[in-house]
Ligand binder design. Structure first.
Ligand SMILES: [Zn+2]
Length: 181
């Protein structure tokens, strides 16, 4: 049995009630993914500071930043390009050792979502699929659609295919880029 913790770095001042809902949604998704596997979700942890957190290679981390100008991903990888409209971005290494960085943008979520918590949860899950898979746009075709689809919003739903895709790569060790925050 191995443990997985999902970290969300709330660097955009999203309120606690919303973050509780985001955490609960993500816990539900990941418990579905991990059901009947050797992995156990230890929790979804919302953090505001990087002090005292130890992100293991099977853990995942996604930043919520106010907007792209506050990007953490671009501090680590200049390869990633942002089109100015997507809700999130992930950068990753092209070969081992695997390393990834993911973030979502509060300005995009606030401008487009009526269900803010649902939008955050679904976008974070989507970016973490890119992250764990160290995979770009191909994810949108091979990740089981649902939350792996090219367009994800609060109305998107976890699919069996999403679970199958992630179960196939749970053993993959992906170091998370932990920025200072
Ligand atoms: Zn995507």
């Amino acid at each position: 049995m191995a443990d997985i913790t999902i970290y969300i770095a709330n660097l955009a001042g999203v309120d606690d009630d919303t973050m509780t809902n985001v955490s609960n949604l993500l816990s539900g998704y990941w418990n579905s993914v991990l059901w009947s596997t050797d992995y156990n979700l230890t929790g979804v942890k919302v953090v505001k500071h990087n002090s005292g957190i130890s992100v293991r290679k099977t853990d995942l981390l996604c930043y919520i930043v106010p907007n792209f100008t506050k990007s953490k991903v671009k501090l680590w990888s200049t390869k990633s390009t942002y089109n100015g409209t997507d809700g999130g971005l992930t950068a990753y290494t092209d070969s081992e050792p695997w390393k990834s960085a993911s973030e979502v943008y509060a300005d995009v979520v606030n401008a487009t979502a009526s269900d803010v918590a649902g939008a955050y949860a679904n976008l974070i899950f989507h970016e973490l699929m890119h992250n764990k898979g160290t995979i770009g746009d191909e994810l949108h075709n091979i990740g089981g659609y649902g939350l792996a689809s090219e367009t994800v919003d609060a109305t998107s739903a976890l699919s069996d295919g999403n679970c199958t895709f992630l179960r196939g790569i749970l053993d993959k060790e992906v170091t998370q880029y932990v920025a200072s925050f």
